[in-house]
Write a protein that binds this ligand. Sequence first.
Ligand SMILES: *Cc1c(COP(=O)(O)O)cnc(C)c1O
Length: 498
Amino acid sequence: MSLDVRYRSTRDNGKILKASQAIIQGLSEDGGLFVPDLFPRLEVSPSELAKMDYKEVAYEVMKLFFTDFTEEELKYCIEHAYDSKFDTEEIAPLTYVDGTYYLELFHGKTIAFKDMALSILPYLMTTSAKKNDVREKIIILTATSGDTGKAALAGFADVEGCGIVVFYPKGGVSKVQERQMVTQKGKNVKVVGIHGNFDDAQTGVKKIFSDEEFKAQLKEKGFRFSSANSINIGRLIPQVAYYVFAYSRLVKEGKISDGDEINFTVPTGNFGNILAGYYAKKIGIPVHKLICASNENKVLFDFFESGVYDRNREFILTTSPSMDILISSNLERLIYEISGEDADKCRALMSSLSGSGRYEISSEMKEKCKDFVGGFASEEEVLERIHEIYDRTGYVMDTHTAVASAVSKKYVKNSNDDTTNVVVSTASPYKFTRSVMEALEGKKEEEDDFVLIDRLSEMTGMPVPNAVEEIRNAEILHDTVCEKDGMKEEVRKFLEKL
Ligand SMILES: *Cc1c(COP(=O)(O)O)cnc(C)c1O
């Protein structure tokens, strides 16, 4: 008999929800994030997991957390999510390159790792709505640093009973990322660029979520909000599956023995991906270190070094835009945990973050962070790493993966930790071709992105993914741009037409 897992807000211990309710709600009304109140252990050993395919592993993981879903409901969601939308049957292949494994999470519809969770979220959401007898239309509000937006749009487009609005930083995403979003078809979708950065978009969305008056007006009209950002546990939990899967593949291929520890190096922005790795450890996967790789926006590196989280610094636009973040939302879940599940403490720290932009954790809390190691890579190191690995092996990685790869190289050199390492590879190089080509050719590229895409394909023999071919000549369907404080108005206008 499985344990019954409930969800609590990181800012209020009193509130207790079932998984399906937490998925529908997205973010807690008090501004906190939902966290599981306990972590059951995997019911099967890695050797048994090694005999399963991705969907079967995903089921073993998700059933531990989504305990109010029936087996049928959960299997229905998983079957429809991890199907031929992915360009490989393995779903999340492991590739061995130059002494390290790369867990490739970019084989889904929008060629970034967000597909791993956003392929399943719409199914979890509509199933949850049905289970809870929700009559209102669910409106997904999403802030994106580039990749979540398209993956959420692709997942929710024309899904019955749902609508979706995506906000992205105008000028802060790659050409392919922007083109992917503004060409999105569907009767229930809206894409808005904002004059601001990702943190502005995320803060704006959180503000709408906590605007009680606006929500009450919408409820009357038959709408309610939810989120597709990694603050939703319907996104976080499916991500735990690929950490378990990666471990089981290493066992299957005889690279490690059942029980050996491994490290993961994760290119990090909002701290969702790496937190899922931490959850994998908590349910029983032997993880030694989680290496948190930042780009030049190294607020997390500084946090793990000093115990001080301080976002008062310049926001740097880098070649890994999906990691250009100074407020890593999901860190709140770790803070809650290392505070000893003290919601008052967590709320106080978060209120200090939104006030002065900084907080400091106690040495006792810092001690509990020892599963994590921070690292960062400069722009120069990222481009060098792409070049170096390509020269040596012919393997081409994207800029985000290269941040992790560069950090992992430095970590091994400095620590002498020779634990088997898996670099989590979060995007196809075709999503960030300009930067990748600049790294490979060692010069500033002047040509159009699509010229560079074709040249990358010629150089490397890697076929151009469908996701890119689809947008080459697609019609631009969304051209709305607004100010930071105009986001609510755009939502209102969209809902009037829906
Ligand atoms: C979103 C994203 C990241 C960062 O993941 P978080 O869960 O926000 O830490 C890294 N790389 C790519 C390509 C992404 O799209």
